[in-house]
Ligand binder design. Structure first.
Ligand SMILES: CC(C)(COP(=O)(O)OP(=O)(O)OC[C@H]1O[C@@H](n2cnc3c(N)ncnc32)[C@H](O)[C@@H]1OP(=O)(O)O)[C@@H](O)C(=O)NCCC(=O)NCCS
Length: 147
């Protein structure tokens, strides 16, 4: 596995594989600003030259400075091989270098695979009923970056 920064060609590929990798339309989108404005923090993993996974995130400028994962996806053919773990570790390393002290991600209720992945990554898991607005619940995952 090789992890590197995202290119426009990667972003275009992510947009086209997204629904297939999620097994149907996802509530979350790979919004273009994650390439154009935050692309410095976006990562892809490739195996034998093919896109195997991606992580779109950014480092916030409010306290506590947070390395925030907006969207992470691994190709169904490449799951359970440590690729998401590798992307998180690289994103955490880059976030720490920029002064972030917290790692954070959110997931929609019902995405149990994501919840189990974040538990395995030693995140604290909180169910927040109105996180995304009235009755728009999310699981919120946080972890100190010094851990
Ligand atoms: C969730 C997701 C990102 C995990 O990616 P992955 O590369 O398969 O994860 P890893 O191989 O790094 O998993 C590390 C550990 O997390 C846990 N884990 C990962 N996926 C899991 C699942 N579906 N169920 C239970 N535990 C899981 C395991 O403990 C795993 O270690 P192990 O394989 O040695 O048992 C991937 O399944 C995916 O892309 N899902 C669809 C998109 C999505 O839901 N994204 C997250 C919300 S934005």
């Amino acid at each position: 596995m090789h992890i590197r920064g995202i290119t426009k060609a990667d972003f275009d590929e992510i947009v086209s594989v997204m629904d297939q990798w999620w097994g149907g339309p996802s509530g979350l989108r790979p919004e273009p600003y994650f390439f154009y404005e935050f692309g410095h923090h976006a990562l892809v993993a490739e195996e034998e030259g093919a896109l195997a996974g991606f992580l779109l995130g950014f480092v916030s400028d409010r306290e506590p400075r947070t390395a925030y994962v907006h969207l992470v996806g691994i190709s169904p053919n490449h799951r359970r091989r440590g690729i998401a773990r590798g992307l998180y570790e690289e994103f955490a390393r880059r976030g720490s270098a920029l002064g972030a002290t917290t790692l954070k991600a959110i997931t929609t209720v019902g995405n149990e695979g994501s919840v189990e992945f974040h538990r395995a990554m030693r995140f604290e898991v909180e169910h927040s009923p109105d996180y995304a607005g009235p009755s728009r619940a999310r699981y919120v995952f946080t972890r100190a970056l010094s851990d």
